[in-house]
Write a protein that binds this ligand. Structure first.
Ligand SMILES: [Ca+2]
Ligand SMILES: [Ca+2]
Ligand SMILES: [Ca+2]
Length: 466
């Protein structure tokens, strides 16, 4: 599947237009290898055919609903079409068993509307939908859609999952303990009473989101609800070739995770945390156990809670490479809040983020922040540190800090606490501070080490050491 195919398939033209161009070039090979793996594993699977869009369990009527097929897969039972689940199974959608109102053979879209009860998967299973534009599974706003309650592997592909409404976590899908892959799918318009409006993974489960769109989900307005799009309490989370956009939650609109988390070739855009009196956490991604972000864009997310982090809030260190963090807004750390561990940022752009207080681009409070071959541009903070606000060790290598703005001190960067700084082959230009230190305001008690450091055309005084 090419990126163009992906775009047509979902009718979401913004996807390819907003993803980084490198993403598009790399996507072909990634998808090709994923398809080969899927094909190889599929050879061994038993096929169970769904031929009815109804949601019922009626034996011997010649119709196989998705619910009946999942039960057959779970129990290795036989369906009304005489197909018997055996070990790992694959569910496909074919036929016109409902007298013309639903036809899984044609090119008109079909919807399976659930009757008030989630679909529980309890064995190794692939649900192979006909495409997110052709098959929708709708929770009808009265139950979660899927509960992946298998210790093994579950893959859900080629479907739109919507209308999920869970009283606790995982409005669209709850993954528990096993490995869940959501591929070539759209998860939209789901609600969780607790965490993870679209998807939630818990009990050390593994969640892979591949080539999918997680959009306009909500984790409710209750105090402490986290992860409007995706939540993961532990285990592993990977998001690749995907879009997470327009999701909201009390805390962390996009992705709230304490899993080992990797985001690659993806767009995290326009997610929002609604809490303002308390923490709020991040707008885009709140990563509590480290974050790897590659070839991705985190843009236009917002959080105005007390702990900052418009785009990303990361604890436990991380690595950001070939990525753009832009247009995010927060009380502080509008682009990124770096809370602990060593964070490395390589070949990335942090631009146009806006903080109501400190740290327009980045707010760093613990661990080491090392930025290499990157650009910190056009960020603003109403108080200190337009580009960077750092209470911890700050290393800049071959990096440009340009045209950032602080209302008070340190237009380019502001350092305080015990922070040591080491700037190598780094330029600060055209940064502005309302009071002093247009380029750099260094008030920390640590050491500074400057090698081939240039500060030009910043507001006066360009560089201040106190
Ligand atoms: Ca039946
Ligand atoms: Ca089975
Ligand atoms: Ca159809």
């Amino acid at each position: 599947m090419t990126s163009h195919h992906f775009s047509r398939k979902f009718g979401l033209q913004f996807l390819t237009s907003l993803l980084p161009s490198k993403t598009q070039r790399r996507r072909k090979s990634a998808i090709r290898s994923a398809s080969v793996e899927a094909f190889e594993s599929r050879i061994l699977l038993t096929t169970l055919t769904v031929n009815s869009a109804a949601d019922n369990v009626i034996a011997n009527d010649g119709l196989v609903t998705l619910r009946e097929a999942i039960i057959a897969a779970n129990t290795d039972g036989i369906t009304d079409l005489g197909e018997t689940g055996s070990g790992a199974d694959e569910i496909v959608f074919r036929g016109d068993g409902t007298g013309g109102t639903t036809d899984f053979n044609d090119k008109t879209a079909d919807t399976i509307t659930l009757g008030g009860t989630e679909l529980e998967i309890a064995s190794d299973l692939i649900i192979n939908g006909r495409g997110a534009d052709l098959l929708t599974i709708d929770g009808n706003n009265s139950s979660r859609v899927f509960f992946a309650n298998s210790a093994g592997d579950v893959t859900i592909s080629g479907v739109t999952i919507t209308g999920g409404n869970a009283t606790n976590s995982g409005g669209g899908i709850l993954n528990q303990a096993g490995t869940l892959t959501v591929r070539d799918s759209v998860v939209t318009g789901n609600v969780a009473g607790n965490d993870g409006g679209g998807l939630y993974s818990q009990l050390s489960g593994t969640l892979h989101v591949e080539n999918s769109v997680i959009q306009n989900n909500n984790a409710g307005s209750g105090s402490g609800n986290v992860g409007g799009g995706i939540g993961a309490s532990s285990g592993t989370l990977t998001i690749s070739d995907s879009v997470v956009s327009g999701n909201t939650a009390y805390r962390t609109g996009g992705v709230f995770t304490y899993a080992q988390t990797t985001v690659i070739n993806s767009l995290i855009d326009n997610n929002m945390a609604t809490e303002t009196v308390g923490g709020g956490f991040a707008g885009g991604i709140n990563a509590g156990a480290g974050l790897t972000l590659i070839n991705s864009t985190v843009s236009n997310n917002s959080s105005f809670g007390t702990v900052g982090g418009g785009g990303i809030r990361v604890f436990g260190g991380g690595h950001i490479e070939n990525s753009t963090i832009s247009g995010n807004m927060a009380r502080f750390g509008a682009g990124i809040v770096h809370g602990s561990g060593d964070l490395t940022i390589v070949k990335s752009k942090i631009t146009g983020n806006i903080a109501d207080e400190d740290g327009g681009g980045i707010f760093s409070s613990s661990g080491t922040l090392h930025i290499t071959k990157s650009k910190i541009t056009d960020n603003s903070a109403a108080i200190n540190g337009g580009g960077i606000f750092s209470e911890t060790d700050l290393l800049l290598t071959k990096t440009k800090v340009l045209s950032n703005d602080a209302g008070n001190l340190g237009g380019g960067a502001f350092t305080t606490g015990t922070a040591n700084i080491s700037f190598t082959k780094t330029k600060f230009r055209k940064n502005i501070a309302g009071v002093n230190g247009g380029g750099l305001f260094f008030e920390s008690s640590g050491n500074f080490d400057l090698f081939k450091f240039k500060a030009k055309k910043n507001s006066e005084t360009q560089v201040v050491f106190t």
